[in-house]
Design a protein around this ligand. Structure first.
Ligand code: ARG
Ligand code: GLU
Length: 719
């Protein structure tokens, strides 16, 4: 009897554990769904302290930073903390050869020295409302999937416009659970954002590609900005008269450190997950989609890397592109291996059969859903070859910079010129001026791209049969007897789109010699490629995607109705979410244990390898040797750099605040471990970990390394 009770306790606590760690929850539903789980795991506050529309709450200190990151407010003067890689493009844009802030870092020593960042914005979420009933009201039941889809899109647009007018704020509506629910977000965007400070790349990006997606990790991936507002604390374009924004809420910072097992919460804007895919979709992902993309990106990276190693100018030209290509290359590779290793397809099949078994008491329903699974199987069979076509377009042909540039620039100029000649409003002169300015090419070298073109066309020629290729490209294979060197020579030697000198002259004379540039071979081939995919593959894919979405909608609805004691969270869709879990270590392989934190000792160890990715400036080593860790050291006397936890996160969570049980800031989220990248498809609490920069290391860098300790005076520090 005792044994049985013990077993029950273990089973129950195990299942509540996994429930607690998996999930990206909507903040306004925490009171109803999660608060008791959270409390059981140590959370000390109320749901209203996380999200409240009447009183200040944590949500007022969590913002969308730029295009797709998260940032948090850490002072009552609008100071915000995010990742270095989130501020990267802004820091790069402010840098010159004389003042290279990427290389040297930058710290404003007073507000006057804060640097404006053109184009950078920060967005607050003011309110989240369920608008499902409004969106789905009076839909004609006789509609097919496509008609339904269009009708919903119209309704969503209309509701957005109405609400915007009514409230005077920006709004957007997003589907949740594949359109079973719809939520409206009221937002406010600030446009005067200034750089306060950043460590040098050697600290912010320490470990670079070698360490990306890897634990143990040692980079201080942070940068700081400030939100500026007009005199009424409202959004305004940049002006010298603007003042630091006074936030409704800002996070206090806890410097006491964390222990294994401590409660952690991540509040941010995760971008995209697909947790409710069927076994058919996961099978396609693991066997076809991820391998195709990984293989093509590996080819590209190897070629770029070879050139970048040879020459510093080229390294700088290609570094941002390389990082972009490398980031998801490595992510997909980890995801694919993780899903394979954990038998994700079988697990999905098991879930599907459990689901159908659970429906046994209701034969009509069981029949409906059995049929649905058959439809999934069929639809993925039809979808797979299209998905392959699409991936070979985006990752192979569009991995050739010259193709992308010739098609986009050539088509834009052609269209605008036609408008101009017809006397219609046009932007021909504006566009032409932009293209003229882009010469000489800043991020493009003909010889590298030509080599990429050869390698990628070789693969394309082998993988995509003749009848499926865009016509002009296919004729090149025929004319040149499948010799891709000859094809590349023909294109790169005869085109004006790949040559600094010829391109300058083309943009100078475009209007006059229009007819000539219409016949540029690269333009002809590349624009034919683009049109081919726009006319064939993409509309067909969309057709199937709408069908898949409808099936998923039914499937998720069925799962939610049937598996009553499981809590469901919607897939990430770049909206505000809360993930909670614990500081925890893991085992990546049998016999190996990965600790839950790293220290500055590891920076020094990695630096000693002499590898370029682990370079740091002498100043860091000097400070390390002085052991001047001040109040930033842990109880163990060491200076901790990063820690890991079991929070369910994804891309977009970069820069998110990581909070303790009392809602105090303990770190900034910046990555996941390699084994854990599969959590976008299937979370596994045993080894999926988010990687967090310890806030004590952040402040040590600000204070001791950068000498910008004055900033700490505006923060609320808990020591
Ligand atoms: N893996 C992190 C994220 O997904 C960091 C990316 C930036 N760093 C890089 N080396 N590309 O965005
Ligand atoms: N580095 C990612 C980002 O920029 C976060 C890592 C992840 O995907 O979990 O959003």
């Amino acid at each position: 009897m005792k044994k049985i009770i013990f077993l029950i306790i273990i089973l129950v606590s195990k299942s509540t554990l996994s429930i607690a760690d998996e999930g990206m929850w909507m903040p306004q539903l925490i009171q109803a769904l999660n608060i008791s789980d959270m409390k059981r795991n140590g959370f000390k506050l109320t749901a209203a302290q996380i999200y409240d529309i009447n009183k200040a709450s944590m949500k007022d200190a969590v913002v969308i930073f730029g295009g797709g990151c998260t940032a948090e407010i850490i002072s009552n003067k609008g100071l915000i903390l995010t990742n270095h890689h989130c501020g990267f493009s802004n820091i790069a844009a402010l840098s010159t050869v004389q003042n290279d802030y990427l290389k040297n870092g930058y710290w404003a020593m007073n507000t006057k020295e804060e640097l404006k960042c053109p184009g950078l914005t920060v967005t607050f979420i003011k309110q989240i409302n369920d608008v499902t009933a409004k969106v789905l009201a009076d839909l004609n039941p006789a509609y097919n999937e496509n008609q339904r889809d269009s009708a919903i899109q119209v309704k969503v647009k209309q509701l957005e416009t109405e609400t915007k007018k009514e409230l005077g704020f920006d709004v957007f509506i997003r589907p949740f659970f594949y359109g079973n629910e719809y939520y409206l977000f009221v937002t406010e965007t600030y446009k005067d954002i200034r750089l306060v400070g950043t460590p040098p790349e050697s600290i912010g990006k320490f470990g670079d590609e070698t360490d990306n997606w890897v634990w143990p990790r040692h980079n201080a991936d942070f940068s700081m900005f400030r939100i500026y507002a007009d005199k009424n604390n409202k959004p305004a374009d940049y002006s010298e008269d603007n003042v630091p924004y006074t936030p409704k809420y800002s996070f206090p910072i806890n410097l006491k450190g964390t222990q294994k097992g401590d409660f952690t919460m991540v509040y941010g804007f995760p971008g995209r997950t697909q947790e409710y895919l069927t076994s058919y979709a996961v099978d396609l992902l693991v066997k076809q989609q991820d391998p195709i993309k990984v293989n093509l990106r590996e080819k590209r990276l190897n070629i770029m890397d070879r050139y970048m190693k040879k020459n510093d100018t080229i390294r700088l030209m290609y570094t941002a592109r390389y990082a972009g290509v490398a980031n998801y290359y490595k992510k997909w590779k980890g995801e694919m291996m993780g899903l394979q290793k954990s038998n994700a397809v079988q697990k999905k099949q098991q879930l599907e059969s459990e689901f159908l078994t659970a429906l046994s008491a209701n034969p009509a329903k069981k029949e409906k859903y059995t049929k649905l699974m058959g439809q999934f199987e069929k639809v993925y069979e039809d979808f797979a070859p299209l998905s392959k076509q699409y991936d070979y377009f985006t990752e192979c042909l569009w991995g050739i910079e010259a193709f992308k540039f010739a098609a986009n620039a050539g088509l834009t100029l052609q269209t605008e010129l036609k408008k101009k000649q017809a006397g219609a409003t046009n932007n021909f002169d504006g566009k032409l001026a932009e293209y003229k300015k882009s010469i000489p090419f800043k991020n493009f070298r003909k010889e590298i791209d030509r080599e990429l073109c050869i390698a990628l066309l070789e693969i394309y020629g082998k993988e995509i049969e003749s009848v499926l290729r865009p016509r002009m490209l296919d004729s090149l294979y025929t004319v040149h007897n499948n010799n891709c060197v000859a094809i590349a020579d023909f294109l790169y030697n005869n085109s004006s789109f790949v040559d600094n000198f010829k391109a300058a002259s083309m943009f100078e004379n475009y209007e006059k010699d229009f007819q000539l540039y219409q016949r540029d071979p690269l333009f002809l081939v590349a624009s034919d490629v683009l049109k081919h995919y726009q006319k064939t593959t993409i509309p067909q894919m969309t057709y199937y995607e709408i069908q898949i979405n409808e099936l998923q909608k039914e499937y998720v609805k069925g799962l939610r109705e049937t598996l009553k004691n499981k809590k469901f969270y919607p897939d990430a869709n770049s909206t505000l979410r809360v993930a909670f879990g614990k500081v925890s270590d893991y085992s990546p392989k049998d016999g190996i244990h990965n600790m839950h934190y790293t220290t500055i000792d590891g920076i020094v160890e990695k630096n000693k390898t002499g590898l370029e990715d682990f370079y740091v400036k002498p100043r860091l080593i000097e400070l390390y040797e002085k052991k001047d860790f001040g109040t930033y050291a842990d109880k163990d006397g060491k200076l901790h750099v990063a820690f890991i936890a079991s929070n369910h996160t994804t891309g977009g969570n970069s820069g998110s605040p990581v909070l303790n049980a009392k809602g105090e800031l303990i770190g900034t989220n910046f990555d996941r471990n390699w084994e854990g990248t599969m959590s976008d498809i299937m979370y596994n609490g045993d080894f999926c970990r988010n990687i967090v920069l310890d806030v004590r290391f952040t402040l040590w860098i600000v204070d001791k390394y950068a000498g910008a300790g004055y900033l700490l005076n505006e923060m609320k520090l808990i020591r």
